[in-house]
Ligand binder design. Structure first.
Ligand code: SF4
Length: 226
């Protein structure tokens, strides 16, 4: 250790003689993808609520780690629990079709859920489970920094906005959460059970796409390469 210290001292002295007054030290910068992978490792070890006992695979989320738009559902279902991916069951297929109907691909966005482990028999998440898991969602929002949120179903909108209203009264509006535009709509699983509500979801998605295109047009473009 002493030899190492002496060599370092000699090297710094040498740099000083060469006229170097200070050495800039830059904190390491992490890409959002790396940060999300670290978060996934934490979620996989998490035992903060009882759902860790019954889950097969926790589901953090997937998609563009620098997405402008983030979809937030409620909780993984049976298929998601098997695959460790969000929205891959029947409700996920409907969400993918809805995104395609808007002329876009789901890979362009980031998709996640309010809680990361499947509640048994797809029951509603309990308030204590939502509270225990919320830091993971907040961290995802901090990493990805979306400009636009679309919450699916009552729970994600209620949890972020701190309100108790049901999705039927929250939807149809353009809201804000911490300066980010938030458009709530019905959960695709609800739409599968109640197809007559699809027309309302479609209205919400049209509103969402109008905001998305506006924000995309505003995004600063990279300068042309000379
Ligand atoms: Fe942890 Fe969230 Fe899973 Fe509960 S639901 S065990 S808080 S990751």
């Amino acid at each position: 250790m002493e030899i190492l210290w002496k060599s370092l001292k000699a090297y710094l002295k040498h740099l000083r003689l060469l006229g170097l007054e200070e050495i800039p030290i830059q904190a390491p910068l992490f890409e959002p993808q790396d940060e999300l992978e670290r978060l996934l490792a934490q979620v996989q070890k998490c035992k903060s609520c009882a759902l860790h006992k019954t889950r097969k695979r926790p589901v953090l989320g997937e998609g563009n780690p620098k997405a402008l738009l983030m979809f937030i559902g409620e909780a993984p279902g049976a298929e998601e629990d098997e695959q460790g991916r969000p929205f891959v069951g029947k409700a996920g297929e409907l969400l993918t079709r809805m995104i395609k109907a808007m002329g876009l691909n789901r890979e362009e966005f980031y998709i996640t859920n309010l809680i990361k482990c499947r509640p048994p028999n797809n029951r509603n998440p309990k308030p204590e489970e939502i509270e225990a898991c919320k830091p993971f969602l907040l961290k995802q929002l901090e990493i990805i920094k979306p400009k636009l949120l679309c919450t699916l179903g009552s729970f994600a909108a209620q949890s972020l906005l701190g309100v108790q209203e049901k999705i039927s009264s929250l939807r149809g509006k353009v809201l804000k959460w911490q300066g980010i535009i938030l458009i709530p709509t019905f959960h695709p699983a609800f739409l599968l059970r109640n197809p007559s509500y699809k027309k309302f979801a479609w209205e919400d998605l049209k509103r969402l796409m109008a905001e998305y295109r506006r924000l995309k047009a505003e995004k600063p473009q990279a300068p042309p390469q000379c």
